[in-house]
Design a protein around this ligand. Sequence first.
Ligand code: PMV
Length: 336
Amino acid sequence: MRSARGEASPSLALIKYWGKQPGSVNVPATTSLAIGLEALRTRTSVRAERESGSRDFTVSIDGVRQESTPFSTTIGHIRDIAGEASHPWTDADLLIESHNNFPTAAGIASSSSGFAALVEALCAFFAVNLSAVKRSSIAREGSGSAARSCFGGFTRFDAGAYAARKIYRADHWSELRLLVAVTDAGAKKVSSRRGMESTRHTSPYYTSWVENSFVLAERAAQCIAERDLEGLGVLMRESYLRMTGSMLGASPPVVYWTPESVALIRVCEELRAAGVAAWETMDAGPQVKILTTSADLPKVREAAARIVDMTFESEVGGEPCGDLDNTQVRTQEEQS
Ligand code: PMV
């Protein structure tokens, strides 16, 4: 038995990626800026019983067996690199199990941490030593936002780029906190992949969303550099609301919001009017993510609890990691 593990955190976009370059594998049409969520984690293990195999694999997430297609590019890509290095386990049949400590496929970026953790675990399993940029590029093929989860801290993923990059470590702005208010923990009905493509093909607002996104990204990058939360918050709202505008213009419209999402947006407005830092953002799902400070977090927590039962809180962080389970390798070597 050979076994390896990988871990990563969701990448929460402050300035959104929504739209792909035509004909590409998840190459973004917009520039995004994001933070890694330290407290939220995907943990993935890759195991094989024996070296020889037929390159088969199974994937389960939180105990639920998944369709293999979404994972085959990522797994095939790293296997090919292992094959070039003649790694003995290249063709092994893999058992892949992944667990999230937060709801899966509900718009909390589980695909970003999922593919980043998978890449980490596969690299460890096949003893493939790749740079973070190369890992980011491979993770992108599974899910665009996963390119950012390969770093942690503050990241930037430029339009047209194949990989994301880290712009600051988490301690650049250590008082930031993010509260995720879960309005519906069920899996979403329209995946971000489908919602994005449908917006690109059918929304008359798509082109102006993409054009405007560059202005927002440059101004927001400046605010992050200067740790200007109010400036950043205003731009965050413009980014997610304009992204939502492009979705609503699609045919059929892509609508993820619930009444509780709207109630939380109002709560944030009230908090800000009372001088509390509470800057909300949303993604391809009904959850509302609120950026605040460690000092204001208790007030945000209390206000969110009036609307929802489930919340998650996090600092910025979420460095990925991966390693081989040496105990099991040694046991196998001892046996042979
Ligand atoms: O990479 P995907 O398919 O998970 O798409 C992510 C899209 C958003 O979460 C809505 C925005 C973002 O930049 O993460």
